[in-house]
Write a protein that binds this ligand. Structure first.
Ligand code: NDP
Ligand code: MG
Length: 381
């Protein structure tokens, strides 16, 4: 039996993790549930899974949970990140959204834990610090993001020095074919509908702008120790081929499956074993062909911007990520148009101080600077 701590339990990744664990109750026990502010959803999960420890980031939500469960240990505020290093936990699932996912990741790795990592913002922003935590703590990262899980699986077909290229696939999001001049009129409601995947709000908008793919380019570079020139992106609207690896003999290995995150979540939880999963089998004959094409960088400036951030390093990946987090938030509030998101991030990348991210203080400083610059970004009409 593996004891699991689920960070971001009330979200899309968190709830799908719980659904995988429910299917295999003899394999997984829910040791800790950690979430942000959704007390109603959290209380339902606590009733169903009876975790030993509960972490609620938001203090008001924590008070509501304490009232519902006076005898339970409820941790709140930034102390929730410490749960990641507790004895008794075998695997930490990191399904927190955004930059905050960095803290449980570093704490878990420093204490030698295995992390099933969905949160990509952490390795994009804090790559060097995460690498240090891996080296000094002896922990391990198992990728959950479907593209990274696919690459992780494909890499077993050869040796590291035989890998020529990683090919990340991307659905192209909701506006792959929308005329360019109409993109500025895209509303948050329109951007929140993904053609193939059912995910949290921020990542769905990131899929429409392709900032999600930009983050994944940097995530793959970190996870698989690849440089920018060895990572490419292909649009694949059916989301069946989850990514590919090209080897030095030009052989390409792909991982396929229905678009269901429970597959990748379960593989990270059971690795290196495979067991039956709740995901449906893939019926390739039901597809009227699978298609692949190069991304249009005029439509998706987030892709060339990600390569620039990756090549330059320092504070640029943080400018890219945290600038985007604020821009998406402003877009949802109606302060920015859809096409302003990339302009806002471009502004932050152009203005941010160039510093090396050698410690947590530098990381926090660069993040707060990126957020300040993105909040200041004034739209030119
Ligand atoms: P959601 O918005 O659905 O869920 C986010 C979760 O994080 C919620 O449980 C939320 O709690 C919790 N959370 C947010 N802030 C805090 C905080 N400060 N402390 C504790 N918990 C917090 O996001 P997703 O599940 O879609 O995505 C999560 C991560 O996984 C992202 O990094 C995303 O890029 C990545 N990912 C997601 C995929 C998907 O299919 N959804 C696919 C691949 C990667 P609450 O709601 O209670 O406030
Ligand atoms: Mg992905």
């Amino acid at each position: 039996m593996k004891n699991v701590a689920v960070f971001g339990s009330t979200g899309s990744i968190g709830s799908q993790t719980l659904s995988v664990c429910s299917m295999h109750r003899n394999e997984f026990g829910i040791y800790a549930l950690i979430f942000g502010s959704n007390a109603d959803a959290g209380i339902k999960q606590i009733l169903e899974y009876d975790p030993k420890i509960v972490g609620v980031f938001d203090n008001r939500a924590a008070a509501a949970v304490r009232e519902a469960f006076p005898d339970k240990e409820i941790i709140s505020g930034t102390a929730v990140w410490d749960i990641a290093q507790m004895d008794g936990i075998d695997i930490v699932v990191n399904g927190v959204s955004g930059f905050n996912g960095t803290f449980p990741l570093i704490k878990a790795l420093r204490s030698g834990k295995t992390v099933a990592l969905a949160n990509k913002e952490s390795v994009v922003c804090a790559g060097r610090l995460v690498a240090e935590a891996l080296n000094c703590g002896g922990g391990k990262i198992l990728p959950v993001d479907s593209e990274q899980s696919a690459i992780f699986q494909c890499l077993t077909a050869g040796r590291k020095e035989e890998v020529k290229r990683i090919i990340l696939t991307a659905s192209g999001g909701a506006f792959r074919e929308t005329p360019l001049e109409r993109l500025k009129d895209v509303t948050p409601e329109m951007a929140m509908k993904h053609p193939n995947w059912n995910m949290g709000r921020k990542i769905t908008i990131d899929s429409a702008t392709m900032f999600n793919k930009g983050l994944e380019i940097m995530e793959a570079a970190f996870l698989f120790d690849m440089d920018a020139s060895s990572i490419s992106v292909l649009i694949h609207p059916q989301s069946v081929v989850h990514s590919m690896v090209e080897f030095c003999d030009n052989s390409v290995i792909a991982q396929l499956g229905v678009p269901d995150m429970r597959l990748a979540i379960q593989y990270a939880l059971t690795y290196p074993d495979r067991i039956p999963s709740p995901a449906a089998p893939l019926d390739l004959a039901s597809f009227n062909g699978l298609s692949f094409f190069e991304p249009d960088t005029d439509r998706f400036p987030a892709i060339p911007m990600a390569y620039r951030a990756l090549e330059k390093g320092g504070s640029l990946p943080i400018a890219y990520n945290s600038g985007n987090e604020v821009a998406v938030d402003r877009f949802i509030k109606g302060e920015l148009r859809f096409t302003d998101i990339a302009d806002c991030v471009e502004h932050v990348m152009g203005m941010i101080e160039d510093i090396a991210i050698n410690d947590i203080d530098a990381l926090l400083y660069a993040d707060s600077e990126a957020r300040r610059l993105a909040k200041e970004f004034a739209v030119k009409r």
